[in-house]
Design a protein around this ligand. Sequence first.
Ligand code: F0G
Length: 343
Amino acid sequence: MPGLIERYWDRLPFAEGDPIITLNEGSTPLIHAPVLSDRVGAEVWLKYEGLNPTGSFKDRGMTAAVSGAVREGAEAVLCASTGNTAASLAAYAARAGIRGAVLVPEGKIATGKLAQALMHGARVIAIHANFDVALDIVRELSEHEPIALVNSVNPLRLEGQKTAAFEIDEDLGPDRPLDALCIPVGNAGNISAYWKGFQEIGQAPKMLGFQAEGAAPLVLGHPVENPDTIASAIRIGKPARWEEAMAAMTNSLGMVRAVSDAEILDAYRFVAAKEGVFCEPASAAPIAGLLKYGVPEGVQRIACVLTGHGLKDPQTALGASGSVIPCKPDLASVREAVLGGAS
Ligand code: F0G
């Protein structure tokens, strides 16, 4: 498959001859989830965005934002990030041959994301403050310097990310539209992008947004000063796309709900162990929400957006899963380790 700008050329703000920076992102699988479907009594699908080139949905927005930045003649791109935007920016900046710089909350970025940003050669700058503070700083910096800001406040990010809605529709087929979309909400760009995409194809699935309890400004109705959650990707207290996200949920007759870290971890293990799909903790929030709150009335077909790959955050995975079994290097011991105690 080509990258998504080429795939959805007619629905994106790019013209012939524009520079296109792509890593063949998009075209991610929509995977049926039989165990989850059974559990909640509906037809549940997983939009596995972890299979994008840098392992998250950010690549959809980044191909558009970095292509736009290059078209404008930018020599550098900048973002604040909880990790995935940083990894994606770094890869697309490398691909474009321009400088990438990312501002991250110190010590709060999953290991894989940090490794990606550094390997792709971005300047990774850590501040002792949360994402919201970092975003305020890069917004101000980009106003005064010739640097393109590629956070989801950049409209091209939403343009790129809306294409996931088109893909879900194409995969399900014309007679099987989605009734609801379950999605984690952090800075609130992605839910706004999906809603835009669905509206453009004349659909209106209920947008069900999920936040972590310790970082749930949209649920509380006010910003959270010190957001905290194990799902570091959505550790955000003051979402930039607050109004759009609320409008998406209101207009689609959806809702926004909170799930606890314990519920997120249960869902994270559940989807890995029962469906064979490994996502990062933030991506498990919508699964946790579905398991906790059940399926809204009248909803039959649901997609959960698994926004990032599980390999992004190996530390949380190792802390949340079983341990390795030490074993002597002989047949009997290995047999016992493999088969023993099996009930
Ligand atoms: N899931 C993952 C894995 C994310 O990385 C993010 C956001 C979200 C969900 C929430 O999406 O912000 O559009 O509501 N990560 C950003 C980052 C903030 O910097 O990587 P949103």
